[in-house]
Design a protein around this ligand. Structure first.
Ligand code: PLP
Length: 363
């Protein structure tokens, strides 16, 4: 404790490797192409990418050009890998994509035309193509893909090595939207027989083999989120946020806790004041619904301020300096996300740099 009391973020690369193996089994013959956007879901794309490369991953996805440039610095010629940029070819980004050997996933007709012009002027011809099969967010409509094939000229300049789409309701296995997106994707795929095809992210992997195609793109389940937005028994926690107890207090009936006057104490309540807060990434909205994990049990998280949390202890023995888990194998990512009214992805990307980071396992 020489560094003083502080929240600690453990990032378990062995758990990451375990989740990669679980998803590899679930995806059958399809290749696992990890999605490392937003700095590897906030956990550090460098160590994460190096470990996933060691586990056999050779194709990766990021959202932004800058994320691709940062990832390329890790995946140097000693670790050859393809990096796809989901934003595609945005205005003037061609030379920077090419310099870092990044493959844009083109997601509109103007992008296709810009990529063709760039290729004709000596730029790289390797691209991916995003098809909108019903998420209505990014990608060419199937009719646009047909028109592109018919016109021919833009495609002559391009080597479309990846054809992909993204599912909007994959976490709901009952949604008819899944089959509808699958049918549209399969139909367009017939137009691009040489491209590798990819439809599923973490949740889509669990829709079954029809959804796997050549390559799947998991993000959240590599990082400990259940594919179906609730904890999955085989997926292990990768991020573990914990913080020490600063003080233990006994609140009395009539006490008003923290800011505002919304939390009036009604019965004697023994609480731990914990040295973490939303400045470390604990989402403020979990108050009253989220929990911390301490001495082998769930403890109600009553308040989340910027720097301190108030956690109900009951009569459990506790002392100052003892660590309380806020995220990990006891305080589960999906449960905390649900308590905060959000998804596991957002909980991870909000983890801040104030929490001291400790990587466990080999990068
Ligand atoms: C973020 C993203 C993924 C990964 O999704 P998860 O739910 O984290 O597995 C895959 N594909 C695309 C296009 C994405 O934007």
């Amino acid at each position: 404790m020489n560094a003083g009391f502080a929240a600690r973020l453990g990032i378990d690369l062995d758990a990451l490797a375990h989740n990669h193996a679980v998803l590899t089994r679930a995806a059958g013959a399809a290749e696992i192409a990890p999605v490392l956007k937003a700095d590897g879901y906030g956990l550090g794309s460098g160590p994460v990418a190096r470990r996933l490369w060691a586990q056999g991953a050779r194709r990766f996805f990021v959202a932004r050009l800058a994320e691709g440039v940062a990832l390329r610095a890790e995946l140097t010629p000693a670790r050859p890998a393809t990096i796809y940029v989901l934003d595609g070819l945005t205005d003037g980004s061609g030379p920077r994509l090419a310099a870092a050997d990044l493959v844009p996933v083109l997601c509109s007709l103007p992008q296709v035309n810009a990529a063709a012009a760039f290729a004709r002027s000596g730029g790289p011809s390797r691209v991916g193509l995003h098809i909108d099969t019903g998420m209505c967010r990014q990608g060419l409509a199937p009719e646009e893909a047909h028109a592109l094939i018919q016109a021919g000229d833009a495609l002559d300049a391009l080597d479309i090595e990846l054809l992909m789409s993204h599912l909007g309701s994959a976490a709901d296995g009952q949604s008819p939207r899944n089959a509808s997106q699958l049918a549209r994707f399969s139909e367009v795929r017939g137009l691009f027989p040489k491209a590798r095809a990819s439809l599923a992210a973490s949740a889509g992997i669990y829709l079954g083999a029809d959804y796997h195609f050549d390559m799947v793109r998991p993000g959240i389940s590599l990082f400990g989120g259940g594919p179906l937005e609730h904890p999955h028994p085989d997926i292990h926690a990768v991020a573990a946020l914990s913080a020490p107890i600063l003080d233990i207090r006994n609140l009395r009936p009539g006490d008003i806790l923290g800011y505002g006057e919304s939390i009036m104490i009604e019965t004697p309540t023994r609480v731990a004041i914990v040295a973490a807060g939303y400045a470390d990434g604990v989402i403020r909205a979990v108050k009253g619904r989220g929990y911390a994990w301490f001495a082998g049990a769930r403890r109600r998280l009553i308040v989340a301020n910027m720097d301190v949390l108030v956690v109900e202890l009951g009569d459990t023995p506790a002392h100052i300096g003892q660590m309380v888990e806020l995220l990990g194998s006891g305080a589960l990512l999906d449960d905390q996300a649900q308590a905060a009214g959000t998804v596991a992805h957002e909980v991870l990307v909000r983890l801040s740099r104030r929490a001291e980071r400790i990587y466990l396992g080999e990068a």
